[in-house]
Design a protein around this ligand. Structure first.
Ligand code: BEZ
Length: 236
């Protein structure tokens, strides 16, 4: 039972990101302390020198500047050693061409987690999927070190990195403007206003007294200009 707990216990949305020190392909890191003030995506992948992971790393590395422009740093992890990581990243750069991407250099840190210490801390090991490989876990951590989104994929399914970018922008938009973002939201789409807190305010909304479009007292949206969002969320 204890062993099961060790493998499957995981932090939850709203928790402080569990702290760890690790060796990476970009030097040692102390997580999340080194990332205070930045958003960060901590993600795991099953193994070096595997094809789905290779396609993911190439895609993420190609989008790194876009994430950095949204104040978001990337940190990868797998249960492999540092020299394996280095050899794999060199192979990706020198030999792999995929969907028009080639000579792709992975500049973000890739954690060596041969002891599985970090993978266990973050519940990245899902023993019924695989007992020695991390699944494709994604933790979006805010500038205060709080976990804001968790997404898990199985070994066979490569992630959608446009969706991860959308998540980072949507979380920052919600924080900056005090709104929520509806299904499939993208910058420029209407945003959701929080629920009415009293019968009076529910009535005011339905009377059109507030600057929002209410279909019923609990379903109110407002316009939020794309440029206003991007100016607030992106560096340039
Ligand atoms: C891959 O990245 O290709 C992969 C890794 C582990 C299991 C299945 C696929």
């Amino acid at each position: 039972m204890e062993a099961e707990k060790e493998y499957t216990g995981m932090p939850r949305i709203g928790d402080k990101a569990p702290e760890f020190k690790a060796v990476t392909t970009q030097g040692d890191i102390h997580f999340p302390n080194d990332y205070k003030g930045d958003w960060v995506i901590l993600f795991s992948h099953p193994a070096d020198f595997t094809p789905v992971c290779t396609s993911e790393f190439m895609t993420f590395a190609s989008m790194e500047d876009k994430f950095l422009n949204a104040n978001c740093k990337l940190v990868g992890l797998s249960i492999d050693g540092l020299y394996s990581h280095i050899a794999w990243l060199r192979s990706i750069k020198d030999k792999i061409e995929y969907k028009g991407m080639k000579n792709v250099e992975v500049k973000f840190p890739l954690i060596e987690d041969i002891t599985m210490e970090v993978a266990k801390k973050y519940g990245m090991l899902q023993p019924n999927e695989d007992s020695t490989k991390a699944v494709r876990a994604v933790f979006v951590v805010d500038p205060e070190g709080i976990i804001r989104t968790i997404i898990y994929y199985p070994l066979s399914l490569g992630r959608n990195f446009d969706e991860l970018y959308r998540v980072v922008i949507a979380l920052q938009t919600a924080d900056a403007f005090g709104v929520a973002t509806p299904a499939d939201w993208r910058p420029g789409d209407d945003v959701i206003i929080g629920p009415a807190g009293s019968c009076g305010s529910a009535e005011d909304r339905m009377q059109g007294k507030e600057d929002m479009d209410c279909k019923d007292w609990y379903f109110c949206t407002r316009k939020l200009d794309k440029d206003v969002v991007l100016k607030r969320v992106l560096k340039k």
